[in-house]
Design a binder for this molecule. Structure first.
Ligand code: KG4
Ligand code: ZN
Length: 353
């Protein structure tokens, strides 16, 4: 079954075609980072206009690279939220129009949940997804640090989130204080490879608490005072990046360990996703802490940041679940219309199209 995934929640327009939730036939991403750079953050109205400019050519490119015809598409999955409303509207209107013209179902999905499925993209055909659940999943991005218990690919029970800044947000803010470009995570990781993790003592946020929640504002403030009170040489900066990064990532590992101990006998895997999942040091730390106890999946680097393939992969699971439960006609598939999608369009089988 081939799902087309459409993503436009923030500053990346992305379209992908994915077969059976795992095989990526094509995945096109158009980033707007350069456009927003001079404003020091994403400008919502500009983001929406940029999505509008690129979405059709991007779709055509994704179709061309996949070798698929429009009639090969079985359903269209689209990011429903969270995100910038103008940006989301471009993707959802495009997806809705296309689904309407192809007579295929429209599957709206949650962007944060979809990130998790990025970790399982490309998984071997012989592996049954159900064998990887129940699992713990961690989404670490610029906006979220969410830890979930998942009993199935579509069931998300939130165990913890951040009390203040998200992990990626903290990387970005610390990078900005140090004069590094946005997004800061990759720059801090690069500098950290030249530094010593023990050079600067760091506060271990919530380390003595049994809570699984995250907190990053104290760590950020700590860096603020270090930078305010002394001027740093290049090697000091590398040391500071290494020390900061180590603690920022260790906090994540501590909380996953807590959750792992709580759910241990049932867990089949741990899935890690979102922009920060690209961090190689984090992959090392987690493998060292948990690698011999638990199978850990990270996305390929291209699927850590926002992309359409994760939307299509999660859309496939949602489609199957709803199809199985036969609640296609009850569910409000189309979150942005005044009427239900199915009421205007009878479900045609593919052969009839
Ligand atoms: O998932 P994502 O692409 O976008 C959303 O926020 O939804 O995540 C972006 C975040 C940024 O905060 C960025 O600094 C962080 O992921 N990031 C990293 C790395 N690469 C990206 N953080 C730490 N190490 C990295 N290598
Ligand atoms: Zn994202």
């Amino acid at each position: 079954m081939i799902i087309l995934g459409v993503e436009s929640s923030c500053d990346e327009t992305a379209i992908a075609l994915v077969e059976n939730g795992r095989k990526v036939l094509s995945s096109e991403v158009a980033s707007q980072i350069k456009t927003h750079e001079r404003f020091g953050g994403v400008v919502p109205e500009i983001a929406a206009r940029e999505h509008l400019k690129i979405i059709l050519p991007l779709y055509e490119e994704a179709m061309r690279k996949s070798g698929c015809k429009p009639s090969d598409i079985d359903a269209i999955a689209v990011t429903q939220g969270p995100g910038l409303i103008g940006a989301l509207l471009v993707g959802s209107s495009f997806a809705k129009g296309l689904a309407h013209s192809l007579s295929v179902p429209l599957v709206p999905v949650d962007h944060v949940h979809a990130h998790v499925h990025g970790a399982l993209l490309g998984i071997d055909d012989s592996i049954d997804f159900e064998d990887k659940f129940p699992c713990l999943s961690l989404v670490i991005s610029g906006g979220h640090s969410n830890l979930y218990y998942m009993s199935s690919p579509t069931h998300f029970e939130i165990l913890a989130a951040t009390k203040d800044d998200a992990c990626g947000e903290c990387f970005d803010k610390v990078a900005k204080m140090m004069g590094l470009p946005y997004p800061g995570g990759p720059h801090i990781e690069r500098l950290a490879t030249e530094g010593n993790v023990n050079s600067y003592p760091m506060p271990k946020m919530l380390a003595n608490k049994s809570t699984m929640q995250f907190s990053y504002s104290g760590l950020k403030t700590h860096i603020h005072y270090i930078l305010k009170n002394q001027s740093l040489s290049e090697s000091d900066k590398a040391n500071l990046c290494a020390s900061f990064q180590e603690e920022a990532l260790n906090q994540l590992a501590r909380k996953i360990l807590l959750a792992q101990k709580r759910f241990e006998p049932n867990l089949k895997s741990i899935l890690v996703a979102g922009g920060v999942a690209a961090n190689q040091r984090f992959r090392q730390i987690l493998h060292k802490e948990l690698g011999n106890k638990q199978q850990i999946f990270f996305p390929k680097l291209t699927y850590c940041a926002d992309n359409g393939a994760m939307i299509a992969a999660y859309g496939w699971h949602e489609y199957l679940k709803r199809h199985k439960n036969e609640d296609f006609n009850e569910h409000t598939w189309d979150a942005y219309a005044r009427y239900k999608f199915e009421q205007v369009l009878p479900q045609n089988s593919k052969e009839e199209r």
